[in-house]
Design a binder for this molecule. Structure first.
Ligand SMILES: Cc1cc2nc3c(=O)[nH]c(=O)nc-3n(C[C@H](O)[C@H](O)[C@H](O)COP(=O)(O)OP(=O)(O)OC[C@H]3O[C@@H](n4cnc5c(N)ncnc54)[C@H](O)[C@@H]3O)c2cc1C
Length: 443
C-alpha cells in the first residue's frame, strides 16, 4: 500500500488490498473476547487454522447473553426488491447452512433443518413476499396458500406465505459448545477483559506487533485478537467505534400442556414459534418470541411480554395454544440484541483510528475519492459484533471472513457487501455527509 492518491474510484476507506498487515510472525496464538455465537465461531475457525485459541468469557459460563436462547430461527431476510440487506443475509444463510448441516446430521447440535414457513400477516406483507419471488434465487422459496401453509405447519392458519425449505432452527448454546470443544481452544470463564493493547514483538521483522489482553488478574498475549463482546459492554464497544445499541427481547417457553400439537416446521409470523426437543423434556416443548423492548434495560421477565408473545402466536395459529391463565408463572428468557443503526453486522479487521483521523476525518470530505489514501488497519485486531436480531445468519459468515483475512486468503464477500459490514462505515458516512466527527487519535 502507498499513501499516495489511488487511481481508482473504489472507496479507499474500505480498501483491504495490500492494506492488511499480517499478524505477528512470532506465534499462532489468538485470544477471542466473548463466549457467545460470534466469539465461539471465530475461535473455532482460528482453531481450524492451527491457532492456539484462548477464549475469554466474563460470565461464569459461555452463551448466557444474547446467544442463550433455547432456539433461534434460521431464515432469509425477504425484501420486495431484494436489497443489499437481503443479499447480505442470503450469503450469511448459506454460510450458516455450510456450518450447521453436518452438525445437524451428526446430532452434534440441538435443532432441526425442517424448513421455515414465513406467514404473510398483513396485505402489505403478502405483497412484499409475493414481489420477492420475482427477484429471489430460483427454488429458494415456495408460495403457499393458507390451506397449504396449515398442512406444512401442522396446525390451522388463516394466512398464506413463503415456505423456505432451507430454513429451520438451532440452539445457539449447542453451537457454541460444539465450537469450543475443538482441541485448540481453551475457555477461561469469569475473565472480564478490561484492556487490549498492542506491543512490539522482539523480532527481526519490522513492525511486528502482538496484543496483550488484560483482565483484573491475568494477561494473555497473542498475535490475533477477535473482540466479540455483544450488546452490553459499552466501554469496549465504544473504544472500537462500534455504535452498538442493546435491544431487549423476551422469549416465552411453552410446557407440554400449553400447546395442542407440535409444529411440523419453524414458523415466523409477527414473531416466531418453534417446536422441538430443547433438552428440557415436557417442561419446554416449544418457544415463541420475541419482544423488542428498547430502551428498557431491565433483565427481568415480564408478564406483559409473555402475553405479547402468546398473542402473536395465537393470532397466526389460533388452535395451537391451549388457554392461558394470566396469573401463571413466568417462563422464558430475556436477552439483549447487539443492534446497529443500519441493521447490518460489523465484522472484520479493525481500522487504525489515528489513520482514519489523519487520512479522512481531518481532511475536507468534498474531494474526489481518488485523492484519498487507502485504509490502514491494526495488525491482528478483529471484531465481530452488531449481529442484532439475526446473528444466526451472520455470525458464521463473520467467522469465515475473519479467518480468511488472518490466513491472507482472498475475501469471501463481494466488495459491495464487504463495505456494507466494514467497521469504519458509520464514521466515514458521517464525515462524507459533512457532519462533525470526534477526533479518534487517542483510541
Ligand atoms: C430474544 C432474542 C431472540 C433472538 N432470536 C433470534 C433468531 O430467532 N434468529 C437469529 O438469527 N438471531 C436471533 N437473536 C439474535 C442472536 O441471538 C444474536 O445476534 C447473537 O446471539 C449475538 O451473539 P454475540 O456473540 O454477538 O453476543 P452475545 O451472545 O451477547 O455474546 C457476547 C459475549 O461476550 C461476553 N463479554 C462481553 N464483554 C466481555 C468482556 N469485556 N470480557 C469477556 N467477555 C465479555 C458476554 O458475557 C457474552 O457471553 C435473538 C436475540 C434475542 C435477544
Amino acid at each position: 500500500m502507498t499513501d499516495s492518491a489511488q487511481p481508482s474510484s473504489a472507496p479507499p476507506w474500505f480498501s483491504l488490498e495490500g492494506a492488511l498487515p499480517m499478524a505477528s510472525s512470532q506465534s499462532k496464538t489468538a485470544v477471542v473476547v466473548g463466549g457467545g455465537l460470534a466469539g465461539a465461531t471465530a475461535a473455532y475457525r482460528l482453531a481450524q487454522l492451527g491457532f492456539k485459541v484462548t477464549l475469554l468469557e466474563a460470565e461464569d459460563e459461555v452463551s448466557q447473553q444474547a446467544s442463550g436462547n433455547l432456539a433461534g430461527a434460521i431464515h432469509p431476510l425477504v425484501t420486495a426488491d431484494w436489497n443489499l440487506r437481503s443479499q447480505f443475509y442470503l450469503e450469511g444463510l448459506q454460510a450458516t447452512l455450510r456450518w450447521l448441516k453436518p452438525w445437524w446430521h451428526a446430532g452434534l447440535i440441538k435443532g432441526e433443518h425442517n424448513g421455515l414457513m414465513q406467514l404473510a400477516m398483513s396485505p402489505s406483507m403478502e405483497k412484499r413476499l409475493q414481489s420477492s419471488l420475482r427477484v429471489m434465487p430460483e427454488n429458494f422459496a415456495i408460495w403457499q396458500t393458507p390451506k397449504q401453509a396449515s398442512e406444512r405447519i401442522g396446525v390451522q392458519t388463516d394466512y398464506g406465505g413463503l415456505f423456505f425449505p432451507q430454513g429451520g432452527w438451532v440452539q445457539p448454546k449447542s453451537v457454541v459448545e460444539t465450537c469450543i470443544s475443538h482441541d485448540n481452544i481453551e475457555v477461561m470463564r469469569q475473565q472480564k477483559v478490561e484492556d487490549i493493547a498492542a506491543f512490539q514483538v522482539n523480532s527481526s521483522k519490522k513492525n511486528d506487533q502482538a496484543w496483550r489482553v488484560s483482565t483484573a488478574n491475568h494477561h494473555y498475549d497473542a498475535s490475533v485478537v477477535v473482540v466479540a463482546t455483544g450488546a452490553l459492554d459499552e466501554p469496549f464497544n465504544s473504544q472500537l467505534q462500534l455504535p452498538i445499541r442493546p435491544v431487549k427481547g423476551q422469549v416465552t417457553h411453552l410446557a407440554k400442556d400449553k400447546v395442542k400439537t407440535p409444529l411440523k416446521t419453524t414458523v415466523t409470523h409477527e414473531g416466531y414459534s418453534v417446536s422441538g426437543d430443547f433438552g428440557l423434556g415436557d417442561e419446554v416443548v416449544a418457544i415463541s418470541g420475541a419482544t423488542f423492548e428498547a430502551p428498557d434495560m431491565t433483565a427481568s421477565l415480564s408478564l406483559a411480554s409473555q402475553h405479547h408473545n402468546e398473542a402473536l402466536a395465537a393470532k397466526a395459529m389460533p388452535n395451537w395454544l391451549t388457554d392461558f391463565d394470566s396469573t401463571e408463572i413466568l417462563l422464558g428468557k430475556v436477552g439483549f440484541r447487539p443492534t446497529t443503526p443500519d441493521h447490518l453486522p460489523i465484522f472484520g479487521a479493525v481500522p487504525d483510528w489515528s489513520w482514519v483521523t489523519e487520512a479522512y476525518l481531518q481532511r475536507k470530505h468534498t474531494h474526489a475519492v481518488r485523492f484519498y489514501p487507502n485504509q490502514r488497519y491494526q495488525a491482528g485486531l478483529y471484531v465481530s459484533n452488531g449481529h442484532g436480531a439475526r446473528g444466526l445468519m451472520s455470525a458464521f459468515l463473520a467467522a469465515d471472513t475473519i479467518a480468511n483475512s488472518v490466513a491472507g486468503a482472498p475475501p469471501i464477500l463481494s466488495a459491495k457487501l464487504r463495505h456494507a459490514v466494514h467497521p469504519a462505515r458509520f464514521l466515514i458516512r458521517q464525515w462524507r455527509k459533512g457532519e462533525s466527527v470526534e477526533n479518534l487519535e487517542n483510541r
